[in-house]
Design a protein around this ligand. Structure first.
Ligand SMILES: Cc1cc2nc3c(=O)[nH]c(=O)nc-3n(C[C@H](O)[C@H](O)[C@H](O)COP(=O)(O)OP(=O)(O)OC[C@H]3O[C@@H](n4cnc5c(N)ncnc54)[C@H](O)[C@@H]3O)c2cc1C
Length: 306
């Protein structure tokens, strides 16, 4: 219920204005977002890489409505990739891209062209791209763009969301050799017709999907902070004899950093998803929807008179 309300608020421009102008929002944002500028993203990446973590960088922004905005997003990624390579941070750092930020909502071909340019720049920089997955109305389009991109850039990563009923079958389709697949629970508000609604059903689906990916021929990327899912992931890695070069854990910047360090210390590959940029609102609201404790933290910052 609370999750639905917060996810509905993530689409409201009135609530966005209220949150953006609250006095201590910046303190909350700073916990989950590396900063506004490309240099901030680089600084955060350097720190994480020095700590033995891999990174995927996300330039915040979604639901782009003009070709100019889409081109500006593409250009930011091109600049970022050049800077990462120049700083010697590739291949440890890759990038995560939302097709909606590249024009998917109004022109799928434009989104493909922009994503292709980013994949080419990533390839030249010695790293790769993962296509984030958004709400279920975009799943077919995103998987279609992915399969076109993979013809020239086979290491382009996919994201599958365990809360969708279709995902077990998508996991089977995408568990072939060389296929990089991030498995997450899913962060959007979805109807019952397409998505499991209870946490228990989503967790069971996550485990079924993990079994398919970990027993398959691809490269699974287990994106979760859930201690149970992580423990099952560790178990499946032993069971299917997958070393740190054959799968990875992924977590978000600012969430469970001690667990990220623990797993890296045990020899696993751990990648931190680092968002940066001005357009943090939708991202922050999805993080709040996931965890009521974050909401308390956020509420305190909003009303704080410090
Ligand atoms: C790297 C990465 C990339 C992602 N990409 C996408 C994407 O492309 N599309 C998409 O829809 N979603 C994406 N997500 C978000 C994902 O779908 C979930 O919404 C999010 O990860 C929360 O699910 P969870 O598996 O962590 O478990 P949850 O069910 O949210 O949490 C389970 C348990 O994890 C622990 N936990 C969770 N958060 C915290 C915290 N802040 N502090 C301490 N413990 C905590 C708690 O024990 C909690 O009970 C991504 C997530 C990650 C990590």
């Amino acid at each position: 219920m609370l999750r639905s309300v917060i996810l509905a608020a993530s689409r409201s421009s009135q609530v966005e204005r209220l949150v953006a102008t609250a006095p201590y929002t910046r303190d909350v944002v700073r916990r989950f977002v590396a900063g506004a500028a490309t240099d901030d993203a680089l600084r955060a990446t350097r720190g994480l890489v020095d700590d033995g973590l891999a990174v995927t960088l996300d330039h915040l922004g979604e639901d782009t409505v003009t070709p100019e905005q889409a081109t500006a997003t593409r250009d930011e990624y091109l600049k970022l990739l050049k800077m990462l390579a120049g700083a010697g941070l590739t291949p440890a750092a890759e990038v995560s891209v939302k097709l909606s930020a590249l024009g998917q909502m109004f022109d799928e071909q434009l989104a493909y062209d922009n994503a292709r340019a980013i994949c080419a720049a990533a390839d030249a920089a010695g790293t790769t791209v993962t296509l984030d997955m958004e709400d279920h109305t975009t799943t077919d389009s995103t998987l279609e763009v992915l399969s076109r991109l993979r013809k020239d850039f086979p290491s382009t990563g996919a994201v599958l969301q365990a809360y969708l009923r279709r995902t077990e079958s998508d996991c089977r389709e995408l568990s072939s050799a060389g296929s990089r697949v991030r498995l997450c629970k899913g962060a959007y508000k979805e109807p019952e017709s397409v998505a499991y609604q209870s946490a228990r059903e989503v967790d069971k689906s996550y485990v079924r999907c993990m079994n398919i990916l970990m027993s398959g021929d691809g490269y699974p990327m287990l994106a979760t902070h859930d201690p149970r899912m992580i423990a099952i992931g560790e178990d499946r890695a032993r069971w299917f004899d997958r070393g740190p070069e054959r799968f990875e854990f992924q977590m978000l910047y600012g969430i469970r950093p001690e667990e990220q360090a623990r797993l890296a210390g045990e020899g696993y590959t751990v990648r931190t998803y680092v968002p940066y940029g001005d357009e943090w609102y939708g991202y922050l609201m999805r993080r709040l929807a996931e965890r009521p404790a974050n909401l308390v933290f956020f509420g305190r910052a909003l009303i704080s008179k410090k």
